[in-house]
Design a protein around this ligand. Structure first.
Ligand code: NAD
Ligand code: WQD
Length: 348
Protein backbone atom coordinates (compact mmCIF):
# COMPACT_ATOMS: atom_id res chain seq x y z
CA UNK A 1 0.00 0.00 0.00
CA UNK A 2 1.39 3.37 -1.03
CA UNK A 3 0.95 6.51 1.09
CA UNK A 4 1.57 10.09 0.01
CA UNK A 5 3.03 12.05 2.92
CA UNK A 6 2.88 15.82 2.42
CA UNK A 7 5.33 17.74 4.60
CA UNK A 8 7.12 14.46 5.25
CA UNK A 9 10.54 16.10 5.62
CA UNK A 10 9.34 18.12 8.62
CA UNK A 11 9.46 17.35 12.32
CA UNK A 12 6.35 15.20 12.77
CA UNK A 13 6.34 14.04 9.15
CA UNK A 14 9.84 12.56 9.30
CA UNK A 15 9.08 10.63 12.49
CA UNK A 16 5.85 9.36 10.95
CA UNK A 17 7.72 8.26 7.82
CA UNK A 18 9.93 6.08 10.07
CA UNK A 19 6.90 4.39 11.64
CA UNK A 20 5.12 3.96 8.31
CA UNK A 21 8.19 2.39 6.67
CA UNK A 22 8.63 0.11 9.69
CA UNK A 23 4.98 -0.91 9.33
CA UNK A 24 5.61 -1.91 5.69
CA UNK A 25 4.01 0.97 3.76
CA UNK A 26 5.52 2.37 0.57
CA UNK A 27 6.02 6.12 0.80
CA UNK A 28 5.92 9.02 -1.59
CA UNK A 29 6.93 12.26 0.13
CA UNK A 30 6.10 15.74 -1.15
CA UNK A 31 7.71 18.72 0.56
CA UNK A 32 8.86 22.15 -0.66
CA UNK A 33 11.50 22.23 2.12
CA UNK A 34 10.40 25.70 3.24
CA UNK A 35 10.86 24.60 6.86
CA UNK A 36 12.88 21.41 6.54
CA UNK A 37 15.78 19.72 4.85
CA UNK A 38 16.05 16.71 2.58
CA UNK A 39 18.72 15.44 4.95
CA UNK A 40 15.95 14.46 7.38
CA UNK A 41 14.56 12.04 4.80
CA UNK A 42 17.99 10.61 4.15
CA UNK A 43 18.19 9.89 7.86
CA UNK A 44 14.71 8.35 7.83
CA UNK A 45 16.06 5.91 5.23
CA UNK A 46 19.16 5.32 7.33
CA UNK A 47 17.12 4.59 10.49
CA UNK A 48 14.74 2.20 8.77
CA UNK A 49 17.04 0.67 6.16
CA UNK A 50 14.21 1.30 3.66
CA UNK A 51 13.81 3.81 0.89
CA UNK A 52 11.10 6.29 -0.07
CA UNK A 53 10.39 8.47 -3.11
CA UNK A 54 10.90 12.17 -2.51
CA UNK A 55 9.51 15.02 -4.62
CA UNK A 56 10.59 18.57 -3.90
CA UNK A 57 7.20 20.00 -4.78
CA UNK A 58 5.05 22.82 -3.43
CA UNK A 59 1.37 21.93 -2.90
CA UNK A 60 0.54 25.25 -4.53
CA UNK A 61 2.10 23.97 -7.77
CA UNK A 62 -0.84 22.01 -9.16
CA UNK A 63 1.05 20.84 -12.25
CA UNK A 64 3.95 19.41 -10.26
CA UNK A 65 1.58 17.79 -7.76
CA UNK A 66 -0.47 16.23 -10.56
CA UNK A 67 2.73 14.70 -11.93
CA UNK A 68 3.35 13.05 -8.54
CA UNK A 69 -0.11 11.44 -8.68
CA UNK A 70 0.47 10.39 -12.31
CA UNK A 71 3.77 8.74 -11.51
CA UNK A 72 2.58 6.91 -8.38
CA UNK A 73 -0.45 4.88 -7.44
CA UNK A 74 -1.50 6.57 -4.19
CA UNK A 75 -3.85 4.76 -1.78
CA UNK A 76 -4.08 7.40 0.95
CA UNK A 77 -2.64 10.77 1.94
CA UNK A 78 -1.23 11.91 5.28
CA UNK A 79 -1.23 15.68 5.11
CA UNK A 80 1.32 17.45 7.33
CA UNK A 81 2.41 20.22 4.94
CA UNK A 82 1.71 23.69 6.25
CA UNK A 83 3.18 26.73 7.91
CA UNK A 84 2.93 26.49 11.69
CA UNK A 85 4.40 29.50 13.52
CA UNK A 86 1.60 31.02 15.59
CA UNK A 87 3.22 34.46 16.07
CA UNK A 88 4.33 34.77 12.45
CA UNK A 89 0.82 33.97 11.26
CA UNK A 90 -0.46 37.12 12.96
CA UNK A 91 1.90 39.23 10.83
CA UNK A 92 1.55 37.18 7.64
CA UNK A 93 -2.11 36.14 7.49
CA UNK A 94 -2.25 36.08 3.69
CA UNK A 95 0.79 33.81 3.46
CA UNK A 96 -0.69 31.45 6.06
CA UNK A 97 -4.17 31.31 4.55
CA UNK A 98 -2.78 30.92 1.04
CA UNK A 99 -0.26 28.23 1.91
CA UNK A 100 -2.35 26.20 4.32
CA UNK A 101 -5.84 26.62 2.87
CA UNK A 102 -5.14 26.93 -0.86
CA UNK A 103 -2.43 24.26 -0.61
CA UNK A 104 -4.96 21.84 0.93
CA UNK A 105 -7.67 22.74 -1.62
CA UNK A 106 -5.29 21.99 -4.49
CA UNK A 107 -4.26 18.74 -2.81
CA UNK A 108 -7.92 17.69 -2.43
CA UNK A 109 -8.73 18.64 -6.04
CA UNK A 110 -5.85 16.56 -7.34
CA UNK A 111 -6.90 13.71 -5.03
CA UNK A 112 -10.40 13.89 -6.53
CA UNK A 113 -9.00 13.83 -10.06
CA UNK A 114 -7.09 10.63 -9.27
CA UNK A 115 -9.89 9.14 -7.13
CA UNK A 116 -7.80 9.08 -3.96
CA UNK A 117 -10.35 9.22 -1.17
CA UNK A 118 -8.50 8.89 2.11
CA UNK A 119 -6.83 11.70 4.04
CA UNK A 120 -5.31 11.98 7.51
CA UNK A 121 -5.02 15.63 8.54
CA UNK A 122 -2.74 17.28 11.12
CA UNK A 123 -5.08 19.31 13.23
CA UNK A 124 -4.34 20.81 16.61
CA UNK A 125 -5.66 21.21 20.13
CA UNK A 126 -5.66 24.90 19.26
CA UNK A 127 -9.16 24.36 17.77
CA UNK A 128 -10.50 24.06 21.34
CA UNK A 129 -9.40 27.62 22.14
CA UNK A 130 -9.43 28.20 25.90
CA UNK A 131 -11.19 25.01 27.02
CA UNK A 132 -13.93 25.34 29.62
CA UNK A 133 -13.24 21.83 30.90
CA UNK A 134 -10.02 19.82 31.09
CA UNK A 135 -9.22 17.10 30.17
CA UNK A 136 -10.70 17.89 26.75
CA UNK A 137 -12.79 15.35 24.88
CA UNK A 138 -13.34 15.47 21.12
CA UNK A 139 -16.94 16.50 21.74
CA UNK A 140 -15.90 19.75 23.42
CA UNK A 141 -17.05 22.77 21.42
CA UNK A 142 -14.62 24.50 19.10
CA UNK A 143 -13.29 27.50 21.00
CA UNK A 144 -12.29 30.99 20.02
CA UNK A 145 -9.04 30.66 18.08
CA UNK A 146 -6.77 33.64 18.56
CA UNK A 147 -4.49 33.54 15.51
CA UNK A 148 -4.62 32.92 11.74
CA UNK A 149 -2.52 29.73 11.98
CA UNK A 150 -4.99 28.17 14.40
CA UNK A 151 -7.91 29.36 12.29
CA UNK A 152 -6.51 27.51 9.26
CA UNK A 153 -6.81 24.32 11.32
CA UNK A 154 -10.44 25.01 12.23
CA UNK A 155 -11.28 25.96 8.63
CA UNK A 156 -9.54 22.93 7.16
CA UNK A 157 -11.36 20.58 9.54
CA UNK A 158 -14.61 22.10 8.20
CA UNK A 159 -13.52 21.97 4.55
CA UNK A 160 -12.53 18.30 4.77
CA UNK A 161 -15.83 17.50 6.51
CA UNK A 162 -17.73 19.29 3.72
CA UNK A 163 -15.90 17.24 1.08
CA UNK A 164 -17.02 14.10 2.91
CA UNK A 165 -20.62 15.37 3.02
CA UNK A 166 -20.57 15.76 -0.75
CA UNK A 167 -18.91 12.38 -1.28
CA UNK A 168 -19.47 9.84 1.47
CA UNK A 169 -16.67 7.66 0.13
CA UNK A 170 -14.19 10.38 1.10
CA UNK A 171 -12.59 9.30 4.40
CA UNK A 172 -11.22 11.91 6.77
CA UNK A 173 -9.15 11.50 9.93
CA UNK A 174 -8.80 14.70 11.91
CA UNK A 175 -5.98 14.22 14.40
CA UNK A 176 -5.77 16.93 17.02
CA UNK A 177 -2.24 17.01 18.34
CA UNK A 178 -1.48 18.45 21.75
CA UNK A 179 2.18 19.50 22.32
CA UNK A 180 4.58 17.26 20.38
CA UNK A 181 8.13 17.23 21.75
CA UNK A 182 11.03 14.77 21.89
CA UNK A 183 12.89 13.15 19.04
CA UNK A 184 13.68 9.73 17.63
CA UNK A 185 15.80 7.82 20.13
CA UNK A 186 18.55 7.37 17.53
CA UNK A 187 19.25 11.10 17.88
CA UNK A 188 19.28 11.37 14.07
CA UNK A 189 16.01 13.21 13.45
CA UNK A 190 14.28 15.86 15.53
CA UNK A 191 12.82 19.33 15.56
CA UNK A 192 14.94 21.90 13.75
CA UNK A 193 13.43 25.36 14.20
CA UNK A 194 14.78 28.24 12.15
CA UNK A 195 16.02 31.19 14.23
CA UNK A 196 15.04 31.66 17.84
CA UNK A 197 12.54 28.95 18.85
CA UNK A 198 8.98 29.93 19.76
CA UNK A 199 8.16 26.65 21.47
CA UNK A 200 9.20 25.61 24.94
CA UNK A 201 11.27 22.48 24.38
CA UNK A 202 13.51 23.73 21.56
CA UNK A 203 14.13 26.83 23.65
CA UNK A 204 15.09 24.75 26.69
CA UNK A 205 17.43 22.48 24.68
CA UNK A 206 19.18 25.49 23.16
CA UNK A 207 19.71 26.98 26.62
CA UNK A 208 21.01 23.59 27.76
CA UNK A 209 23.72 23.50 25.05
CA UNK A 210 24.60 27.18 25.51
CA UNK A 211 23.18 28.49 22.22
CA UNK A 212 20.73 30.65 24.19
CA UNK A 213 21.46 32.23 27.54
CA UNK A 214 18.22 32.15 29.50
CA UNK A 215 14.68 30.83 29.13
CA UNK A 216 11.85 33.27 29.74
CA UNK A 217 8.92 31.55 31.44
CA UNK A 218 5.81 33.34 30.19
CA UNK A 219 3.68 34.04 33.25
CA UNK A 220 3.71 32.65 36.79
CA UNK A 221 0.36 34.02 37.91
CA UNK A 222 -2.02 31.64 36.15
CA UNK A 223 -4.62 29.75 38.11
CA UNK A 224 -2.63 26.50 37.97
CA UNK A 225 -0.77 24.47 40.58
CA UNK A 226 2.43 26.56 40.37
CA UNK A 227 1.21 29.57 38.39
CA UNK A 228 2.72 28.50 35.05
CA UNK A 229 0.72 27.17 32.10
CA UNK A 230 -0.16 23.50 31.87
CA UNK A 231 0.11 21.51 28.63
CA UNK A 232 -0.14 17.94 27.38
CA UNK A 233 3.34 17.18 26.03
CA UNK A 234 3.47 14.10 23.83
CA UNK A 235 6.52 12.28 22.48
CA UNK A 236 6.72 12.71 18.72
CA UNK A 237 7.33 8.97 18.23
CA UNK A 238 4.08 8.17 20.08
CA UNK A 239 2.36 10.75 17.90
CA UNK A 240 3.83 9.15 14.78
CA UNK A 241 2.55 5.74 15.87
CA UNK A 242 -0.90 7.28 16.31
CA UNK A 243 -0.87 8.09 12.58
CA UNK A 244 -0.19 4.48 11.67
CA UNK A 245 -3.13 3.38 13.85
CA UNK A 246 -5.38 6.07 12.37
CA UNK A 247 -4.44 5.02 8.85
CA UNK A 248 -5.18 1.36 9.67
CA UNK A 249 -8.62 2.30 11.00
CA UNK A 250 -9.39 4.44 7.96
CA UNK A 251 -8.44 1.61 5.61
CA UNK A 252 -10.50 -0.93 7.59
CA UNK A 253 -13.63 1.24 7.94
CA UNK A 254 -13.62 3.93 5.24
CA UNK A 255 -16.21 6.57 4.42
CA UNK A 256 -16.21 8.42 7.74
CA UNK A 257 -15.02 11.60 9.38
CA UNK A 258 -13.23 10.61 12.57
CA UNK A 259 -11.74 12.97 15.12
CA UNK A 260 -9.10 11.93 17.65
CA UNK A 261 -7.15 13.74 20.33
CA UNK A 262 -3.52 12.64 20.31
CA UNK A 263 -2.14 13.47 23.74
CA UNK A 264 -1.07 11.63 26.87
CA UNK A 265 -3.89 12.91 29.06
CA UNK A 266 -1.37 14.31 31.55
CA UNK A 267 -0.89 18.02 32.12
CA UNK A 268 2.56 19.34 33.02
CA UNK A 269 3.35 22.92 33.96
CA UNK A 270 6.28 24.80 32.46
CA UNK A 271 8.13 24.36 35.76
CA UNK A 272 7.39 20.61 35.73
CA UNK A 273 9.02 20.39 32.31
CA UNK A 274 12.07 22.38 33.40
CA UNK A 275 12.45 20.17 36.49
CA UNK A 276 12.10 16.94 34.50
CA UNK A 277 14.60 18.18 31.91
CA UNK A 278 17.13 19.13 34.58
CA UNK A 279 16.76 15.85 36.43
CA UNK A 280 16.95 13.45 33.52
CA UNK A 281 19.84 15.28 31.83
CA UNK A 282 21.64 16.19 35.05
CA UNK A 283 22.02 19.91 34.38
CA UNK A 284 20.52 23.28 35.29
CA UNK A 285 18.39 25.47 33.04
CA UNK A 286 18.79 29.19 33.52
CA UNK A 287 15.33 30.80 33.52
CA UNK A 288 13.49 33.95 34.59
CA UNK A 289 9.79 34.67 34.88
CA UNK A 290 8.41 37.06 32.28
CA UNK A 291 5.02 38.54 31.48
CA UNK A 292 2.30 36.32 30.08
CA UNK A 293 2.48 35.67 26.33
CA UNK A 294 -0.54 36.91 24.36
CA UNK A 295 -2.88 34.11 23.32
CA UNK A 296 -1.67 31.50 25.85
CA UNK A 297 -4.40 29.56 27.64
CA UNK A 298 -3.82 28.51 31.27
CA UNK A 299 -4.39 24.77 30.89
CA UNK A 300 -4.88 22.46 27.94
CA UNK A 301 -4.68 18.68 28.08
CA UNK A 302 -6.41 15.82 26.37
CA UNK A 303 -8.78 13.10 27.26
CA UNK A 304 -7.26 10.50 24.91
CA UNK A 305 -9.82 7.75 25.72
CA UNK A 306 -11.41 7.72 22.28
CA UNK A 307 -8.09 7.07 20.55
CA UNK A 308 -7.45 4.22 22.97
CA UNK A 309 -10.88 2.65 22.53
CA UNK A 310 -11.20 3.05 18.77
CA UNK A 311 -7.61 3.05 17.46
CA UNK A 312 -5.98 0.89 20.12
CA UNK A 313 -3.46 3.68 20.57
CA UNK A 314 -2.01 5.02 23.80
CA UNK A 315 1.10 7.15 24.34
CA UNK A 316 3.87 5.00 25.85
CA UNK A 317 6.64 7.48 26.57
CA UNK A 318 6.82 9.71 29.62
CA UNK A 319 8.08 13.23 30.21
CA UNK A 320 11.57 11.96 31.11
CA UNK A 321 11.81 10.10 27.77
CA UNK A 322 10.70 13.28 26.00
CA UNK A 323 13.28 15.46 27.76
CA UNK A 324 16.09 12.93 27.31
CA UNK A 325 15.41 12.43 23.61
CA UNK A 326 15.00 16.17 22.91
CA UNK A 327 18.37 16.85 24.50
CA UNK A 328 20.12 13.98 22.73
CA UNK A 329 18.93 15.32 19.38
CA UNK A 330 20.07 18.87 20.23
CA UNK A 331 23.49 17.73 21.51
CA UNK A 332 24.18 15.48 18.54
CA UNK A 333 23.03 18.07 16.01
CA UNK A 334 23.97 21.51 17.33
CA UNK A 335 23.37 23.01 13.89
CA UNK A 336 20.36 20.93 12.95
CA UNK A 337 20.63 18.94 9.76
CA UNK A 338 23.91 19.23 7.90
CA UNK A 339 23.14 19.84 4.27
CA UNK A 340 25.45 17.47 2.43
CA UNK A 341 23.04 15.45 0.37
CA UNK A 342 24.71 14.90 -2.93
CA UNK A 343 23.61 11.27 -3.10
CA UNK A 344 19.85 11.62 -2.48
CA UNK A 345 17.51 11.36 -5.45
CA UNK A 346 15.28 14.44 -5.63
CA UNK A 347 12.38 14.43 -8.07
CA UNK A 348 10.89 17.69 -9.29
P1 NAD B 1 7.22 21.30 10.13
O1 NAD B 1 7.30 22.73 9.71
O2 NAD B 1 8.43 20.66 10.68
O3 NAD B 1 6.66 20.40 8.92
C1 NAD B 1 5.79 20.92 7.93
C2 NAD B 1 6.41 20.59 6.58
O4 NAD B 1 5.56 21.09 5.54
C3 NAD B 1 7.79 21.23 6.39
O5 NAD B 1 8.71 20.25 6.00
C4 NAD B 1 7.56 22.26 5.27
O6 NAD B 1 8.72 22.40 4.48
C5 NAD B 1 6.38 21.65 4.53
N1 NAD B 1 5.53 22.59 3.79
C6 NAD B 1 4.97 23.74 4.22
N2 NAD B 1 4.24 24.31 3.25
C7 NAD B 1 4.33 23.50 2.17
C8 NAD B 1 3.80 23.55 0.85
N3 NAD B 1 3.02 24.56 0.44
N4 NAD B 1 4.10 22.54 0.00
C9 NAD B 1 4.89 21.53 0.39
N5 NAD B 1 5.43 21.42 1.61
C10 NAD B 1 5.15 22.41 2.50
O7 NAD B 1 6.00 21.19 11.18
P2 NAD B 1 5.58 19.97 12.10
O8 NAD B 1 5.78 20.39 13.50
O9 NAD B 1 6.16 18.71 11.61
O10 NAD B 1 4.01 20.00 11.83
C11 NAD B 1 3.39 19.16 10.88
C12 NAD B 1 1.92 19.48 10.83
O11 NAD B 1 1.35 19.30 12.12
C13 NAD B 1 1.61 20.93 10.45
O12 NAD B 1 0.44 20.94 9.66
C14 NAD B 1 1.36 21.59 11.78
O13 NAD B 1 0.51 22.70 11.65
C15 NAD B 1 0.67 20.47 12.53
N6 NAD B 1 0.78 20.60 13.99
C16 NAD B 1 1.99 20.78 14.57
C17 NAD B 1 2.10 20.91 15.94
C18 NAD B 1 3.43 21.14 16.60
O14 NAD B 1 3.45 21.61 17.74
N7 NAD B 1 4.55 20.85 15.97
C19 NAD B 1 0.94 20.85 16.73
C20 NAD B 1 -0.29 20.66 16.10
C21 NAD B 1 -0.37 20.54 14.73
C1 WQD C 1 4.17 25.77 25.86
C2 WQD C 1 4.19 26.50 27.20
C3 WQD C 1 4.22 28.90 27.00
C4 WQD C 1 8.18 29.24 25.19
C5 WQD C 1 1.84 25.76 20.37
C6 WQD C 1 0.76 26.24 19.45
C7 WQD C 1 -0.27 25.18 19.24
C8 WQD C 1 0.40 23.86 18.81
C9 WQD C 1 1.52 23.47 19.71
C10 WQD C 1 0.43 23.79 16.43
C11 WQD C 1 3.27 27.74 27.21
C12 WQD C 1 5.49 28.39 27.64
C13 WQD C 1 7.01 28.73 25.75
C14 WQD C 1 9.06 29.99 26.01
C15 WQD C 1 7.56 29.68 27.87
N1 WQD C 1 0.99 23.99 17.53
N2 WQD C 1 6.72 28.95 27.06
N3 WQD C 1 8.71 30.18 27.32
O1 WQD C 1 1.73 27.54 22.90
O2 WQD C 1 1.11 25.37 24.07
O3 WQD C 1 1.25 25.45 21.62
O4 WQD C 1 2.44 24.57 19.86
O5 WQD C 1 -0.71 23.55 16.22
O6 WQD C 1 -1.15 25.64 18.28
O7 WQD C 1 0.16 27.40 20.00
O8 WQD C 1 3.32 25.55 22.90
O9 WQD C 1 5.72 25.23 23.26
O10 WQD C 1 4.89 27.50 22.53
O11 WQD C 1 4.40 26.72 24.83
O12 WQD C 1 7.29 29.87 29.04
O13 WQD C 1 10.09 30.49 25.56
O14 WQD C 1 5.51 27.00 27.42
O15 WQD C 1 3.81 30.09 27.59
O16 WQD C 1 2.74 27.82 28.48
P1 WQD C 1 1.79 26.08 22.96
P2 WQD C 1 4.67 26.26 23.30
Amino acid sequence: MSILVTGGAGYIGSHTCVELLNAGYELVVVDNLVNSSRESLKRVEEITGKSLRFYEVDLLNRKALTKVFKENKIDAVIHFAGLKAVGESVYKPLEYYHNNITGTLILCEVMREFRVEKIVFSSSATVYGDPKVVPITEDAPMGVITNPYGRTKGMLEQILTDIHTANNNFSVMLLRYFNPIGAHESGRIGENPKGIPNNLLPYITQVAVGKLVCLGVFGNDYDTKDGTCVRDYIHVVDLAKGHVKALEKMIKSPGKVDIYNLGTGIGYSVLDVINAFEKVNDLKINYVFKARRAGDVPACYADPTRAFNELGWKAQKNIEDMCRDSFRWQKNNPNGFEEDNSDIVVRK
